[in-house]
Design a protein around this ligand. Structure first.
Ligand SMILES: [Zn+2]
Length: 328
């Protein structure tokens, strides 16, 4: 190795370590910051709630279960919650079967489909196991399908923006999306040099980020896992907008995204610290800024800002939709 290459190599290692410790410090600050400060925004069903709309259960990270009658869709189900140290040090990571089994108590035994927004481990790692337990079909980008198959999934439907899939009563439109940058670049976006099953966090590459417009029984839900101001959601009015808000890029596009979607309900997503096990409850992630999200939503006054706690279902009210939407 030449002297210059050696120095570049050392610099990279140091830079990596600095970032890593920065993240650790930030996570330490965030400990203890749960949802209780925002209790007035947290919604969930009571015994009196009419069950005539889509029932939404938050599964942590960017994971959701959508239920309508006996039909079920999942988005980005991730229960293993690999720790930060394993990710930062590039250790081998794998699904945690006992954590998956614990969480699956909140998931329907039979699922129509699993939609995945991109290939990162916090969206795709557990998908092959969840597929095998629920007999669901997988709808995701070509890259995500390839990763899932290398990790054991038996099938997968590779989609691109513009595709439409109908599964039972669900109509799913695939929408172009983008991924937030972390320290100036999309994390884990370089294809690994070797084939075989993905082993480290960096092997679970982003691929082509997707968003989904889910329609059922006159209700429409838009979901993404974040994005940059350069790639906004479509101009499609929705009842519920689930917008990834883990990092600064997605917050920078919030106002413009809401302008286009005009949602009745706004659910900021990907805000919990997904390096902690789900058993520790909802803690805001180190790089989130919910106060800013709240401020921007209040300023714009488009729709009602809500939060969901892990595994506490909430039914999207069915009354407030089709007529209002066609007027707006
Ligand atoms: Zn990601």
């Amino acid at each position: 190795m030449g002297v210059i290459r050696f120095h570049v190599h050392i610099l990279r290692i140091i830079r990596g370590r600095v970032r890593f410790f920065l993240l650790l410090m930030l996570s330490a600050n965030a400990f203890g910051a749960g949802l209780h400060r925002y209790a007035q925004l947290v919604v969930s069903d009571s015994s009196a709630t009419p069950r005539n709309g889509i029932r939404v259960t938050y599964l942590g990270t960017n994971g959701y279960q959508f239920e309508f009658k006996n039909h079920v869709l999942l988005v980005d189900p991730y229960f293993s919650r690999v720790d930060l140290l394993s990710v930062a040090l590039g250790a081998r990571i794998q699904p945690d079967s006992s954590r998956i089994a614990d969480s699956m108590r909140h998931v329907a035994p039979k699922v129509d489909g699993i939609l995945v927004t991109h290939g990162h481990f916090d969206h795709l790692l557990d998908v092959p196991i969840v597929m095998s337990k629920t007999h669901a079909r997988l709808i995701a980008s070509r890259t995500s399908i390839d990763l899932a198959k290398r990790a054991g999934a038996l099938s997968g439907d590779a989609v691109t923006a513009g595709d439409v899939r109908r599964i039972g009563p669900w109509k799913i439109r695939v929408v172009t999306a983008s991924h937030d940058r972390l320290f100036g670049k999309v994390p884990f976006d370089r294809p690994p040099s070797r084939g075989g099953p993905p082993q480290r966090a960096a092997d679970w590459i982003c691929g082509e980020p997707l968003a989904f417009l889910i329609e059922i029984s006159g209700q429409r839900v838009y979901i993404d896992s974040g994005g940059t101001p350069a790639q906004l959601p479509p101009k499609e009015h929705v009842d519920l907008a689930i917008l990834g808000m883990a990092l600064p890029d997605s917050r920078a596009r919030l106002t413009a995204a809401l302008e286009r979607l005009q949602p009745h309900y706004i659910l900021p997503s990907h805000q919990d610290n997904f390096f902690l096990p789900l058993s520790e409850g909802f803690q805001f992630g180190p790089l989130t800024d919910f106060q800013r999200v709240q401020r921007d939503c209040a300023r714009q006054n488009r729709g009602r800002l809500i939060l969901l706690d892990h595994f506490r279902p909430w039914t999207l009210p069915a009354a407030a939709n089709p007529k209002q939407r066609s007027k707006s």
